[in-house]
Design a protein around this ligand. Structure first.
Ligand SMILES: Cc1ncc(C[n+]2csc(CCOP(=O)(O)OP(=O)(O)O)c2C)c(N)n1
Ligand code: SF4
Length: 346
């Protein structure tokens, strides 16, 4: 057989690169150019919130804080000071005399993280250290309730601080009491699943991202641990700006929500895909970008994975209350334009 008779070597059919979403995005990251890889895939990441802390298994707040602060550290060349309000994040990371924080970190009171951060930023300015940046962080209770006045002041003065709210929708550290970010119908220690209107009442609560936007601060964004890459990018972007910035991060809490630790990301994703937690960005008070919902799901799929909503599904007794929650999701979808018009709920 002459060489020309041989079947020429065939290249295998080309396959698109597959990205395996592992939560850390590390597998897919190795296939990306270096500058496009996630902060967590970088061996030189700061590990600012290091292992060994005492968060519950599957804690969305611990995961979110790790990604957010490492991204902020990278964006600032590790010249970052973090202020933490009292709450789960502070308690599980700093049981005296230990700490998981590998960075300059200060614990404020429950209600004044924004004011303390303002002071830290002012001190750096007086010292001429314009390169040192400041992040403040707190739970939804610290942010929407007790620290709300300090936060509004920080926004109004346009202080040079990024404030991150870890929204687990209740006061978890002290035993799951209702906050003004607790969703309607949710059972907490102070909103029991009893009586004609079990769980948290409808028609209450605050939307802090929208309130932050009303202050016309340079940047407001919502984020979710369901999309950690998006979170990193929003934090990185925020650290490139000056003035008051606010990121509201949705972080499922297995203990308070009565969910399986392994379901944290799934639940966070369902909150986004049902429309209950819209992902968007806003500049100077105007929404400038939103993340479209890829596969829209009914709110039941989100609610059913959490014991705090279990009373809604006993003998189908509370169908009308589930329908009211669906209405909230539908309104978000319409108001933020989350679903292309022709996509039906399915
Ligand atoms: C002035 C004051 N009141 C009450 C407390 C008790 N306390 C500490 S943490 C906390 C709840 C924190 O809830 P949240 O801010 O939502 O954070 P999470 O623990 O849920 O992350 C409360 C009520 C306190 N430390 N200081
Ligand atoms: S109670 Fe919730 S927020 Fe607190 S450490 Fe446990 S899972 Fe995290």
């Amino acid at each position: 057989m002459s060489p020309s008779d041989k079947t020429p070597y065939q290249l295998p059919a080309r396959q698109p690169v597959k990205f395996y979403q592992t939560g850390t995005f590390t597998v897919g990251n190795r296939l990306l150019p270096e500058d496009a890889r996630s902060v967590q895939s970088d061996v030189a990441r700061s590990n600012s919130l290091n292992s060994g802390h005492r968060a519950c298994q599957g804690c969305g707040e611990a995961l979110g804080a790790r990604y957010a602060i490492d991204a902020a550290m990278r964006a600032t060349g590790n010249r970052l000071i973090a202020v933490s309000a009292t709450g789960c994040l502070e308690v599980f990371s700093t049981p005296y005399p230990e700490t998981s924080w590998q960075m300059p970190w200060i614990h404020s009171l429950f209600g004044n993280a924004a004011a303390v951060a303002t002071g830290v930023a002012a001190a750096q300015r007086i010292k001429g250290r314009y390169d040192v940046r400041v992040v403040a962080q707190g739970g939804d209770g610290a942010t929407a309730d007790i620290g709300f006045g300090c936060l509004s002041g920080m926004f109004e003065r346009n202080d040079d601080v990024l404030y991150i709210c870890y929204d687990n929708e209740a006061y978890m550290n002290t035993g799951v009491q209702r906050s003004s970010a607790t969703p309607p119908a949710a059972r907490t220690a102070t909103t029991p699943a009893l009586g004609k209107q079990p769980g948290n009442v409808f028609g209450t609560g605050k939307n802090v991202p929208l309130i932050a936007m009303a202050h016309r601060i340079p940047y407001v964004a919502t984020a979710s641990v369901a999309n950690l890459r998006d979170l990193e990018q929003k934090v990185t972007y925020a650290m490139g700006l000056h003035g008051a910035r606010y990121i509201h991060l949705h972080v499922p809490c297995p203990l308070g929500w009565g969910s399986a630790p392994a379901d944290t990301i799934r639940i966070a994703r369902l909150a986004v895909e049902s429309g209950l937690f819209p992902l968007f960005e806003a500049h100077d008070g105007r929404v400038t970008a939103r993340t479209p919902i890829r596969h829209r799901v009914p709110v039941d799929e989100y609610l059913k994975l959490q014991k705090r909503f279990a009373h809604l599904f006993v003998n189908g007794a509370a169908r009308e209350r589930v329908a009211m929650i669906q209405e909230i999701a539908d309104r978000n979808v319409a108001e933020f334009g989350l679903v292309p018009e022709d996509t039906a709920l399915g």
